[in-house]
Write a protein that binds this ligand. Structure first.
Ligand SMILES: [Zn+2]
Length: 175
């Protein structure tokens, strides 16, 4: 069941009220307002489904790309454990030029054992994605659920290796 009111807890972050979302983040850029969030963007880590890609490695890889920390707001491991890396209204680093108006959610996987793009979600990941999307939609009711590759003007790629609208679009109608 999804809570109807504040305080809402999303992954590790407890949100007492809407205003608290706008609390300044140390070293981080903040979006202008709750209405800034127009997209909830699904990514995959583009790693093989039979290989571990732990948070520590993701952090190293993103730092190597010059990011201050992990670029996604949320990262969901194959066992369904969910890690939050950015405050909700903190500008992420996952989908230029949409970082100032989106929340980035990444699931571990996206490549089959041979390294080809594939929908490798585990049931645990799907369950956590649904819960997370529903909570985010409560906070950001105007945000659309989309996949990285669905956005115009982004570098063509397979990410998140599934049809986000077909799989999760119905959640936009859930109350
Ligand atoms: Zn992506």
């Amino acid at each position: 069941m999804i809570q109807e009111t504040f305080p809402l807890t999303i992954a590790g972050e407890e949100i007492p009220d809407e205003r608290s979302l706008l609390t300044q983040v140390e070293n981080g850029l903040l979006m202008d307002s709750i209405d800034s969030v127009r997209y909830i963007i699904l990514h995959c880590s583009a790693t093989r489904c039979n290989r571990e890609y732990p948070v520590e490695q993701l952090l190293r890889d993103h730092k190597a790309r010059g990011f201050r920390t992990i670029g996604y707001h949320f990262y969901i491991r194959r066992d369904g454990s969910i890690n939050q890396h950015r405050r909700l209204l903190e500008v992420g680093a996952h989908c230029r030029p949409f970082n100032r108006c989106s929340i980035g959610v990444c699931y571990e996987g996206g490549l089959d054992a041979d390294g080809h793009p594939a929908d490798t979600r585990t049931p645990e990941q799907t369950e956590q994605l649904i819960l997370l999307f529903l909570k985010l939609r409560k906070l950001f009711p105007h945000a659309r659920l989309v996949g990285h590759r669905d956005l115009p003007g982004v570098t063509p790629k397979a990410c998140p290796c599934l049809d986000t609208r077909a799989v999760f679009g119905y959640l936009e109608n859930e109350k």
